[in-house]
Write a protein that binds this ligand. Sequence first.
Ligand SMILES: *Cc1c(COP(=O)(O)O)cnc(C)c1O
Length: 372
Amino acid sequence: MQFVDLKKQQERIRADIEGRISAVLDHGKYIMGPEVGELERLLADFCGVEQAVGCASGTDALLMALMALEVGPGDAVYTSPFTFISTAEVISLLGATPVFVDIDPRTFNIDPNLLADSIENGPPDGLKAKAVITVDLFGLPADFDPIRQTANEFGLYIIEDAAQSFGAEYKGRKACALGDITCTSFFPAKPLGCYGDGGMCFTDDEKLDAAMRSIRVHGKGREKYDNVRIGINGRLDTVQAAILLSKFSIFPEEIQLRNEAAHRYALLLEGGDFTLPFTPEHSTSVWAQYSILAQSQGHRTEVMAKLKEGGIPSAIYYPKPLHMQTAYANLGHDPEDFPVSKDCSERIFSLPMHPYLTEEDQQAVADALLAG
Ligand SMILES: *Cc1c(COP(=O)(O)O)cnc(C)c1O
């Protein structure tokens, strides 16, 4: 059994992918070829956003977003400690300071009430509150409306880290349409993945769009060798855009299949010793991960061993919250500063999840999890 089965997906669209890669080889525009613009238009429309800017990875997308908002030294950027390192790393790379806010134990996303409290109490000494990076963890959008209310009240930008949630919905709006800038990733294992690294920024704001297009190519001005700001080499490869065009053609159906698989897990695992994922009424998830909570760290170790014995892969996202990472020792946090994140990191684990998961495989997972 595969944790994420990219092979079955490829079998469906292999001929189309090969055709599109051949077309790139024929036209030879490897950098910023026509496929990049075509993909940007298509995904912007899908998300209901004015502009999409393809880039080299989800991490670069976040970096470009922060650079466009001119985040730098002295700025505080609020975010969740229960996420992949990228979310906070880019804040630090720019000399700004991440300010962590604990999560809601049911959704694993930043807790809007704690965020409001933290912002009201003011940023750490000497810092100026600048932005919030929300994370749509495991494919479920963060609770955006109360977050937007707080951000508006204090004049903060919102960046939505939608690396895991492309295609999800919140109150009828698509993930990627929720932040001032939203960033997603096309890393192969993400819901919409390419065959390498890739990412995209989304915004309705013309100025931010123009800034990100400039930042993506070394801060170019009107001409390539006219540099109006400091930027990066952050372009999306034409070949990856071509692959994404092919994969996107079956993506809506794959979201449906992911939801069916999640629904089957919920039925199979009901009544067991695990806390199952919670999806608020107003949201849909794209199930980047199907993550459940064991009773305790020991219980998790036991059941993961049992899964392994049965040839069933599982993984822990994330075993160590960011405030406990060595890289953030300088922030001087105590592990108990964010007790919900710490507790979840000790009990959470993720089951195989992809659109081509069979009922038999899911039954086998459930049997292993529920056995004595
Ligand atoms: C994957 C991921 C990223 C980074 O994306 P890359 O394309 O790997 O750089 C950022 N944030 C979150 C929450 C992610 O899951």
